[in-house]
Design a protein around this ligand. Structure first.
Ligand code: PEP
Ligand code: MN
Length: 344
């Protein structure tokens, strides 16, 4: 942290700032410029809030020069984190695609969609059993029954399961069925919940909050890593802006920004990011071109009758076409992509 004193700051005021820092065990490097005195804080400055310095008499400004997160940063760990789950690697050279319905609605629906996405090469099946819905009157998910269906469908077609866990109490139950636990956008800053996810031994898929800055998102990941769980996958899923033509604004630029700041894998979810079927494939292609380690796509064989997010779900043939395009784009950016599978 650097603290800039006002032009006419008195020696007493400068000493006062130094004393305050000394009280919390921080040393100061003092330099006197032509107009201003600068105080460079030496030590772990993350324990102090720059605002507490800014309000001290004689202080013109104070700001951090190092990020407040540590374990998630590239400074701390230079090489990309690669998460291995059975024979799937997330964050390695091969991009991965997560696909499936928004919600697990029934056995038939889930098995039909699982078969369709598996054929295209998908290794990770998604589907919500516990749904975070804006309205309490909307479909809330099938609960444990949904988890069972999802697990069976994934096993039948040799895929991994990713599904959302909505609160701390659900962690043991969801862990029994899922390979990856998803934290929804609405829960990204539920700190007691994400802290608990630091204590488990399953990868966590951490979606960016609807109005979270990249720094806040990385700080949430830091909660999980600081608890001991280093397997965190970040997912950009669109943020709320003033734009109304799309459900959210997919922040594609967050992908390279996060990759510079952090070693963790970064996914993109253009389904929630745009909310509209005909916008999903273009933004999925853009995400892979931007360097995402993978994408999450909602697929439904009968989206008009879907219990949630039908408008943003791709038909299976649209999804298969997108997979073909992604294989080409992945090659251009030096990545491998999942290949079609014979599932008969
Ligand atoms: C979802 O993936 O089904 C979901 C609810 O996502 P988000 O938390 O990003 O809205
Ligand atoms: Mn959804």
């Amino acid at each position: 942290m650097v603290i800039i004193m006002e032009k006419d700051a008195s020696e007493e005021q400068i000493e006062h700032v130094i004393e305050r820092l000394d009280e919390v065990g921080l040393n100061v490097h003092r330099s006197t410029g032509v107009d201003h005195t600068l105080l460079g804080v030496i030590g772990n400055a993350s324990i102090i809030d720059p605002r507490d310095m800014k309000v001290l008499p004689g202080v013109a400004d104070a700001y951090r020069i190092t990020a407040p997160y540590k374990l998630v940063s590239r400074e701390f760990k230079h090489n990309n984190t690669v998460i291995r789950i059975k024979d799937v690697e997330i964050g390695g050279n091969r991009i991965e695609v997560i696909a499936g319905p928004c919600s697990v609605e029934s056995r038939d629906q889930t098995f039909i969609i699982a078969e369709q996405v598996a054929k295209t090469g998908v290794n990770l099946l998604r589907g919500g059993a516990f749904k975070p819905r804006t309205s309490p009157y909307s479909f809330q998910g099938l609960g444990e029954e949904g988890l069972k269906i999802l697990r069976e469908a994934a096993d039948k077609y040799n895929m991994l399961v990713i599904t959302e866990v909505m609160d701390k109490d659900q962690i043991p139950l969801v862990s029994d069925y899922a390979d990856i636990l998803q934290v929804g956008a609405r829960n990204m800053q539920n700190f007691s919940f994400i802290r608990a996810l630091g204590k488990i031994r399953k990868p966590v898929f951490l979606k960016r909050g609807i109005s979270a800055t990249i720094e806040e998102w990385l700080m949430s990941a830091e909660y999980i890593l600081s608890g001991g769980n280093t397997d965190v996958i970040l997912c950009e899923r669109g943020i709320r802006t003033f734009e109304t033509y799309t459900r959210n604004t997919l922040d594609v630029s967050a992908i390279p920004v996060v990759q510079k700041l952090s070693h963790l894998p970064v996914f993109s979810d253009p389904s929630h990011g745009t909310g509209l079927r005909n916008k999903v494939a273009p933004m999925a292609r853009a995400s892979i071109a931007a360097g995402a380690d993978g994408i999450m796509i909602e697929v439904h064989h009968d989206p008009e009758n879907a219990k949630s997010d039908g408008a943003q779900s791709l038909y299976p043939d649209q999804f298969a076409e997108l997979m073909n395009q992604i294989r080409v784009i992945a090659e251009v950016v030096g990545r491998k992509a999942p290949q079609p599978r014979d599932i008969s």
